[in-house]
Design a protein around this ligand. Structure first.
Ligand SMILES: Cc1ncc(C[n+]2csc(CCOP(=O)(O)OP(=O)(O)O)c2C)c(N)n1
Ligand SMILES: CC(=O)[C@@H](O)[C@H](O)COP(=O)(O)O
Ligand SMILES: [Mg+2]
Length: 629
């Protein structure tokens, strides 16, 4: 609590830990909710972040921290993108404006950041499994803590959530799952469960019946109250049948709800009721994503994640380059118009992958499978067997989840599926859970899979066309954010398969880049030229099949190679080049691999992280100088 001699500036300023909530009455808690909301809006407006998800759970967060005693009790937040109120209430109020910035607090729960963060999250649908592990551990250690998982309806579309539920029910473990149902994933939620939820809960007849019964019974005075209590108990069984309860009850969870996720009094009462209960409990809360901020309530998809306030743009300046995502989406449309067999698949991220326009123009050839990356890939394999040419657009980091499906269902039988990995490389503010720094390694090792990465947004267009002309699995990986700003040359053309391109001749050292690495090489060559160094620049284009002739030729000519990639060094593009040189017996070549060196990459801007982790143009030039010493 604040020192007694200083008048509290606000309720939030009095909250140095969740224990301080106990001193507040309901009215003050409600006022605190509004303060939290405003603080979140103000901060995100400045630094960016996940606004709508966090606004939707302000009351739920307050009620959880009011009823449960973290860190003894443990709360696992699924995805963890909705934890801004949680962070403000657990000792990070004064650092909150450093959110997602280099050296600042993370946008997701981090055990290293606070003991109140019970488990690190970022990828969805892990909370129930993690919480169950925590609960079993607590039981085995004979600890006093209760364990709560908070999971959204979007995150419930992933199979992993049901794997956790299935085991929890079987173990009859003391575990509380709070199901935050706002009807939204990033886009409107999809799937049979989501439809069942909205049908069951939006039943007008049920709501009208309930309200009229309450009114009539209350009019009867005390007798009416007794009857109302009986009716409430029978309502529970009615709801358990009519609402999703029966689904969760089948998984041996005691179902409680649905309750209004913005009614603090009801939330506190319900959580106090379930806290001491034994066995698995599921509390179903209905919330509004973006609650309390009209633009976010009206468009929760747009306000799911927002960027920091952009710097004022000079109106005379040329328009910024298109993003790789936009170019991908436009090229998909162009190709689909001429190729009826092209299908597009997303895992709950139509906007983020640029496929929203495709969905609008070709609704029958577009599928959003929900947060179900494994299913997306194998579903695509099924389509490919039927003669379609599916393009599965999934962020690099989330594609990690579908590795076995890529191997087992697509590549083993050499099916024509295109894997479009957006956000390949350093993504920036989302931090360690979201960087796309493993894909060149985990894709390169899979037989039958070809792997390309464009040097710029124009090359992405031709690569997508080339991939769709290839009779077998192809992965395309491209970065988050704006392109280089090159013109789009027409028409779309098929790139020479397995061939890179010499972008700049040179004889002293060869800078061989893949993807965004090529731009870093080009800039490094410019600065080396100021020092009289003639650096060749090669755009490798393909990680597999590698352009062996071109690489061996420049290796022979220059005798010095720097490979450049935004990927882990382990098993990445540089590894492929080293393996080639060894295979060809070119042992006298001096090589530097510019890549991430066996490390995770935290949050910060892309430019800051590229510099900090030594994969920017400056690092490339430095590596070349060392070879020339
Ligand atoms: C495995 C995985 N796939 C995709 C994402 C991207 N993603 C982050 S939040 C989100 C939607 C989550 O919906 P829900 O669980 O309902 O939470 P809400 O945003 O509605 O609060 C998605 C698809 C992710 N974090 N992890
Ligand atoms: C929380 C989450 O996983 C997504 O919202 C992700 O942050 C989206 O990333 P982009 O902002 O790159 O689309
Ligand atoms: Mg949701």
């Amino acid at each position: 609590m604040c020192a007694a001699n200083q008048p509290p500036v606000s309720l939030l300023d009095q909250i140095d830990s969740p224990d301080d909530l106990q001193d507040l009455n309901l009215r003050q808690l409600e006022d605190l909710a509004e303060e939290l909301r405003q603080r979140i809006i103000d901060s995100v407006e400045k630094v960016g972040g996940h606004l709508a998800p966090s606004l939707g759970v302000v009351e739920l967060t307050l009620a959880l921290h009011y009823v449960f005693d973290t860190p003894v009790d443990k709360i696992v937040w699924d995805v963890g993108h909705q934890t801004y109120a949680h962070k403000l209430l657990t000792g990070r109020r004064d650092r909150f404006d450093t959110l997602r910035q280099l050296g600042g607090i993370s946008g997701f729960p981090k055990r290293s950041e606070s003991p109140h963060d019970a488990f690190d999250t970022g990828h969805s649908s892990t909370s129930i499994s993690a919480a169950l592990g925590l609960a079993v551990g607590e039981r085995l250690k004979k600890g006093p803590g209760k364990v709560v998982a908070v999971i959204g309806d979007g995150s419930f579309t992933a199979g992993m959530a049901f794997e956790g539920m299935n085991q929890a029910g079987d173990l009859d473990e003391d575990l509380i799952v709070v199901f935050n149902d706002n009807g939204m994933s990033i886009a409107p939620n999809v799937g049979a469960l989501s439809k069942f939820m909205s049908r069951a809960l939006s039943g007008k007849a049920y709501q009208t019946f309930r309200k009229s019964m309450e009114r009539r019974l209350k009019a009867l005075g005390s007798m009416g109250e007794d009857l109302l209590n009986i009716a409430r108990r029978s309502e529970e069984s009615f709801k358990a049948f009519y609402t999703p309860g029966m689904l969760f009850e089948a998984l041996k969870f005691n179902y409680v709800g649905p309750i209004d996720g913005h009614n603090l009094e009801r939330l506190i009462e319900t959580l106090k009721y379930v806290k001491p209960l034994q066995g698995p409990q599921l509390v179903h809360v209905i919330t509004t994503k973006g609650r309390g901020y009209a633009p976010a309530e009206a468009n929760p998809s747009h306000y799911h994640g927002v960027g920091a306030r952009p710097p004022r743009r000079d109106p005379a300046a040329p328009p910024p380059p298109q993003s790789y995502t936009e170019v991908f989406g436009q090229t998909m449309l162009e190709l689909a118009r001429r190729r009826p067999e092209v299908m597009a698949i997303t895992a709950a991220m139509p906007e983020g992958t640029g496929l929203a326009p495709f969905a609008e123009e070709f609704p029958e050839r577009f599928v959003d499978v929900g947060i179900a990356e494994q299913h997306a890939v194998t579903f695509a394999a099924g389509l490919a067997v039927q003669g379609f040419h599916p393009v599965v657009a999934i962020y690099s980091t989330f594609m990690q989840r579908a590795f076995d499906q890529i191997v087992h269902d697509v590549c083993l039988t050499n099916l024509p599926v295109v894997l479009a990995l957006d956000r390949g490389g350093i993504v920036g503010e989302d931090g360690a859970t979201h960087q796309g720094l493993l894909d060149l390694s985990f894709l390169r090792c899979v037989p039958n899979l070809s792997l390309m990465s464009p040097a710029d947004e124009n090359e992405l267009r031709h690569m997508l066309y080339t991939a769709l002309e290839h009779d077998g699995p192809v992965a395309l990986r491209y970065p988050r954010g704006k392109g280089v700003g090159v013109a789009h040359d027409e028409p779309l053309r098929i790139l020479p398969w397995g061939k890179g391109e010499m972008r700049r001749p040179g004889k002293d050292v060869a800078l061989i880049g893949i993807g965004v690495g090529v731009e870093a090489c080009a800039q490094a060559a410019e600065s080396l030229a100021q020092e009289g160094v003639e650096a060749a620049v090669v755009n490798a284009r393909f990680v597999k099949p590698l352009d062996e002739e071109l690489i061996c030729e420049v290796a022979h000519t220059c005798g010095r190679l720097v490979t450049v990639e935004e990927n882990e060094a382990n098993g990445g593009f540089g590894s492929a080049v080293l393996e080639l040189l060894a295979r060809r017996g070119l042992t006298g070549i001096k090589v530097r691999v510019v890549a991430l060196n066996d490390t995770f990459v935290e949050h910060g801007s892309q430019a800051q992280l590229r510099h900090l982790y030594g994969v920017d143009a400056q690092a490339v030039a430095e590596a070349a100088r060392r070879l020339l010493d």
